[in-house]
Design a protein around this ligand. Structure first.
Ligand SMILES: [Zn+2]
Length: 267
């Protein structure tokens, strides 16, 4: 059986409170042998580390999500530096910029939006700097903010790499990401009926420059679309990606696992 990794899962979310051991066991059975639980705040990052200590197949990424930027403490560096030294912390993330839910979408002013964007950029910067100090790469989240995210991260190209996760952008934007030495990763959206644009980007992405992920509990692939997602479903994602790339599951397994091991050195 071809083995795969889930490089982006939110295993600390309450969705898995009742049955996480079963979720992890189902992943193993499906050939998903390693998974990275992603931090979205300091407490979420700590939970991810505790899960990594408890389950041999679970690793952690630590970081503060841009959507929660206004709730972040002014200095994230000391806590993140400490977390980064954990033997199973493989990356800083998820970090980046998210302009989809700015304050004006909930009755705020243009000035509120500006302050929120500045705060997001500030914590993004702090976390990139910690990643560089710690010798870790970054898991990048962006929504409706591709150009600003790429521009800010590009300033550090050569010192640190990022994976632009849940990649749903055009092939041209994929090439811009690869152009700064970063990578992309694809979710269950590749299996959606309306996911042709993502399949086109998958087709155009070089075989050694992408990884697979679920972003669970979100984005369950077909035939589970709309249900709670879990790491086992990387299997369904891998089948569609192999079809799009015209390769065998074994070839896809070898390429994506090698890419992930080089990118997440402690994996
Ligand atoms: Zn995520």
């Amino acid at each position: 059986m071809a083995m795969f990794y889930d490089t982006h899962a939110h295993l600390d979310y309450p969705d898995y409170e009742k049955d996480l051991p079963e979720v992890i066991a189902r992943a193993q059975t499906a050939g998903i042998v390693k998974m990275i639980s992603i931090g979205t705040s300091l407490s979420s990052s700590e939970r991810a580390m505790r899960l990594a200590e408890k389950f041999p197949s679970v690793y952690a990424a630590v970081g503060w999500h841009p959507s929660e930027a206004m709730k972040a403490p002014s200095g994230l560096r000391p806590a993140l530096r400490e977390f980064a030294s954990h033997p199973k912390v493989v990356a800083i993330g998820e970090i980046g910029l998210d302009y989809h839910h700015l304050p004006s979408s909930q009755g705020g002013t243009a000035e509120d939006d500006l302050r929120c964007k500045q705060r997001q950029a500030d914590i993004f910067q702090q976390q990139i700097e910690v990643a560089i100090e710690a010798g870790l790469n970054c898991i990048i989240h962006q929504r409706d903010a591709f150009d600003d995210t790429l521009a800010q991260f590009k300033l550090f190209a050569g010192k640190v790499r990022g994976v632009f996760h849940c990649f749903g952008e055009s092939a041209d934007r994929m090439r811009q990401v690869l152009g700064i030495g970063s990578l992309v990763s694809f979710t269950g959206i590749v299996t959606f009926k309306n996911g042709q644009n993502v399949r086109d980007t998958v087709a155009a992405t070089p075989f050694d420059q992408f990884m697979l992920e679920t972003d669970c509990p979100y984005l369950a692939p077909v035939p589970y679309r709309g249900k709670r997602c879990e790491p086992a479903y990387v299997k369904e994602i891998s089948e569609v990606v192999a079809q799009v790339k015209g390769c065998s599951l074994d070839e896809l397994s070898a390429a994506t696992c090698k890419t992930a091991k080089e990118f997440f050195r402690k994996l």
